[in-house]
Design a protein around this ligand. Structure first.
Ligand SMILES: [Zn+2]
Length: 125
């Protein structure tokens, strides 16, 4: 968990800079966590074969769910906490709490004072 400088891009107008609390995940950690989740789904699906009735669905659904969750977890390469900066719209200090996971898609945040939307862009590492 480190404080990093981030870029807040607006729909129109110049991008502004801010700071954010960022936790980055290494590729090996993401792969290990995703593999554990996928394996857990396969094991639970296999174990559920002893439950009468439920086994008709759980033996294929639990491994599929495990693979889906593992694919999602593998794409998360950072988690962002509080984003601070000066809002380009209202000019006030903003503190956007608990922004969340950063995967491959764009992350949009809103100023906590005027709800001005901005795209959060992390610096590559
Ligand atoms: Zn604002």
């Amino acid at each position: 968990m480190t404080n990093e400088t981030v870029t807040l891009k607006q729909r129109s107008g110049d991008p502004v800079e801010g700071t954010a609390v960022v936790t980055r995940y290494a590729a090996t950690d993401r792969t290990t966590r995703a593999g554990a989740i996928a394996l857990g789904g396969i094991l639970l699906g296999g174990l559920s074969i002893v439950v009468p009735g439920v086994h008709l669905i759980s033996t294929w659904l639990l491994p599929l769910l495990g693979l889906g969750i593992a694919a999602y977890v593998h794409r998360i390469h950072a988690r962002v906490g509080t984003v601070r900066g000066i809002c380009p719209s209202c000019g006030e200090d903003m503190a956007i709490e608990d922004t969340g996971a950063v995967a491959d898609e764009a992350v949009w945040v809103r100023c906590d004072r005027c709800t001005h939307p901005m795209e959060l862009i992390l610096r590559p590492q």
